[in-house]
Design a protein around this ligand. Structure first.
Ligand code: 2E7
Ligand code: F3S
Length: 314
């Protein structure tokens, strides 16, 4: 008989890889097969060190700008999307490039173009400096899009023509924060046009909904994800708002055992860029200190799959 205290571990579902991440990683793997290493990748393909290190081991070279790609090697654009100027510059240099932008981000890019064609100014709800935001701003000429980050921004933003406005959103935002921001914009600018709801993707909203189910049942929530992963950070935030202390951890070695204490129940989830192997690693680490009984708490089942670029499957 073990003396380790009992611990129930509730594992949220859905969690971890989404269809856009699966596709982006496959694009790098297939590019490595087709071209041989090195294959260059502009920005972390997804925001996860474990994923990036594994691909680096296979011959991927991660760079932040196109300038760092030598003339004769292929380059993959990350899942978060890029400004239009990036593929244009690649073409101008005659580089082979593969676009791993998530199709749900590409859809927002097209919506942005259409709104501008229709003469609307866009209020874009998102987080300053995030690569997805930089990529989406880079779809339209400068001055046609204004960033709205907070409810205060939504209350204060000045617009030239309230009758010619549109809104779009980043795909990995907090569903609740975004709803509140959109409500303010709609009240201030009744003629504003936008997507049905917002552009938050299925994976982001499903993972947040699953956290809402798990959080009230646990003493602590561990969220596996990187500090620069927007969707992962939103998961920890979602739990904290329900009063459940939550921590973002890269992997098991990051668990702060003092903070965890001696709980009865712990929840685990993982951001869209975090591999399942890290979930197992965390469960195993808990098992070293507690007598663990684990069960999954399922919100919905996901079966989304995105097609690969034709150039890689032909
Ligand atoms: C692309 C997009 O890599 P991530 O952690 O990215 P975020 O945007 O959450 O920082 O997760 C996968 C992913 C999510 N959204 C990739 Cl646009
Ligand atoms: Fe795409 Fe959403 Fe994943 S935007 S990359 S499906 S988190």
């Amino acid at each position: 008989m073990s003396n380790a205290p009992d611990l129930e571990v509730l594992i949220a579902a859905p969690r971890g890889f989404c269809a856009g991440v699966d596709r982006a990683i496959k694009i790098v793997e297939l590019a490595l097969e087709r071209y041989g290493p090195p294959v260059y990748v502009r920005h972390e393909i997804v925001h996860n060190r474990f994923v990036v290190d594994r691909l680096r081991g296979l011959g991927a070279v991660f760079v932040e700008t196109l300038d760092a790609v030598p003339g004769h090697r292929p380059v993959v654009f990350s899942a978060h999307g890029v400004p239009k100027a990036v593929p244009q510059a690649a073409e101008a240099r005659g580089l082979d490039y593969l676009d791993a932008t998530c199709p749900l981000v590409s859809k927002v890019h097209r919506q942005a173009e259409r709104m501008i064609e229709n003469g609307r100014h866009i209020l874009f709800i998102g987080h300053a400096g995030h690569p997805e935001v930089i990529g989406t701003f880079g779809q339209v000429p400068e001055g046609h899009m204004t960033l709205v980050e907070t409810e205060a921004d939504a209350r204060g933003v000045a617009v030239a023509d309230p009758d010619r406005l549109g809104f779009l959103t980043q795909t990995t935002l907090s569903v609740d924060d975004t709803d509140a921001i959109i409500a303010i914009l709609k009240e201030r600018f009744p003629a504003i046009q936008g997507p049905k709801g917002e552009d938050i993707c299925y994976a982001t909203s499903n993972r947040q909904a699953a956290v809402k189910q798990v959080a009230p049942q646990v003493d602590r929530l561990l969220v596996i994800g990187a500090p620069n992963s927007s969707n992962s950070r939103r998961l920890a935030e979602t739990a904290e708002r329900l009063g459940t202390p939550a921590r973002l951890i890269g992997r098991a070695a990051d668990i702060d055992w003092d903070w965890l204490g001696t709980p009865t129940r712990v929840g685990i989830t993982a951001g869209a860029s975090a591999p399942e192997i890290l979930v197992r690693e965390v469960v195993d680490a808990l098992g070293d200190r507690f007598t663990v009984a684990e069960r999954e708490v399922a919100h919905v089942e996901e079966n989304m799959v995105f097609k690969l670029p034709r150039s890689l499957v032909a």
